[in-house]
Design a protein around this ligand. Structure first.
Ligand code: COA
Ligand code: ZN
Length: 308
């Protein structure tokens, strides 16, 4: 049975686009509960400019207050050297560096061109100097909401440049849900051939309803690591039209039903997803938490029993 590894990003990607500040204590409580569900990794927060992402201005406090458990890696998103210094001071287990493969989205999100981002992240990698593992998230890898098509060759070039700098993993991000399953299958098989020594993670948003189809295409092409967000929350505030990530519980439920080994406590995860609307103050897109898992059967109606 193939083992699938999930990275839960709700308190980073999920929360960063929410309009109302979520109290630090609520974030800490949610992360502590997620730690009990079987995730391989949790992206706790981001060490970005508090002006750019006000929701995550409490990154240090959250990192200091969570209860870490062994077997779960606690990673953080970092856009620059200042962020890396803060992340190391907070004892993150991994740095998840971020840049976009589209020039326009990189300018919108990080206020600099791709080459400047790359050289700034290369400086971060030299600064970290192997103290902790580094992952790089390549945003808009399947399409940019402002430029349109992003050629796979561009993604591969940045992937190669980071591989040459010795990163442990790459996350290929569909920031605004533009990927389709055929494109994902090709990206997955080509990248695995070229970067078989790296941890490759795929990160999908369900903006156009293709999220789980893309997970399926990736997993059937050999990808075993995915990002997901509880309840299907999420989105980049600097990508026009962005909306939620794939729902972790929907994706995990699907893969489990297909016979993949996810290592997850699904009932516990579903209960947690049902708490999420209280935290964010609105309903969330995830479907299995509303419907129940395929194992949760309904009672046979009395009129059906009477027929027997
Ligand atoms: N942590 C905290 N503060 C930071 C910081 C970091 N990692 N990087 C920059 N800052 C501060 C600077 O100290 C400066 O503060 P000041 O105005 O009080 O002097 C301010 O932010 C602007 O700094 P500057 O270097 O000019 O950055 P910028 O305005 O060009 O913004 C980024 C660049 C990368 C810092 C900012 O765009 C950012 O944090 N983006 C994150 C976007 C994101 O997370 N998107 C969603 C995930 S894909
Ligand atoms: Zn995302």
């Amino acid at each position: 049975m193939t083992r699938i590894y999930f990275n839960e990003v709700v308190t980073r990607d999920g929360f960063q686009i929410e309009p109302h500040f979520i109290p630090t204590e609520d974030k800490v409580k949610l992360i502590n509960e997620l730690s009990q569900c079987g995730f391989a990794k949790i992206e706790v927060t981001s060490f970005t400019s508090p002006k750019a992402i006000p929701m995550l201005r409490d990154a240090e406090e959250v990192m200091g207050k969570i209860s870490r458990i062994s077997g779960v890696e606690y990673t953080v998103l970092v856009p620059n050297l200042r962020g890396a210094e803060r992340a190391l001071e907070s004892h993150a287990d991994e740095l998840n560096l971020v840049m976009s493969t589209s020039e326009t989205h990189n300018l919108a999100n990080l206020r600099m061109g791709r080459e400047k981002s790359f050289s700034s992240l290369a400086e971060v990698i030299r600064f970290v100097n192997g103290k902790i593992p580094i992952n790089v998230s390549l945003s808009t890898a399947f399409g940019c909401p402002m430029e349109g098509n992003v050629p796979q060759g561009v993604v591969e070039t940045f992937a190669q440049q980071f591989a040459d700098l010795g990163v442990r993993g790459l996350t290929i991000c569909d920031t605004t849900g533009m990927a389709n399953p055929a494109q994902v299958a090709k990206m997955a098989s080509d990248l695995q051939k070229k970067f078989s020594h790296l941890q490759l993670t795929f990160h999908f948003h369900n903006t156009r309803g293709m999220g789980l189809a893309n997970v399926l295409a990736a997993v059937q092409s050999g990808i075993v690591r995915f990002d997901g967000s509880l309840g299907g929350l999420g989105g980049c505030p600097y990508a026009p039209g962005a909306s939620g990530n794939i729902s972790s519980e929907d994706a995990i439920h699907m893969l489990d039903a297909m016979g993949y080994e996810t290592g997850m406590d699904i009932p516990r995860l579903l209960n947690l997803a049902r708490e999420l609307p209280k935290i964010v103050g609105h309903s969330v897109p995830g479907q299995v938490a509303k419907a129940g898992s395929t194992c949760d059967l309904h009672p046979v109606p009395e009129y059906v029993k009477a027929l027997g």
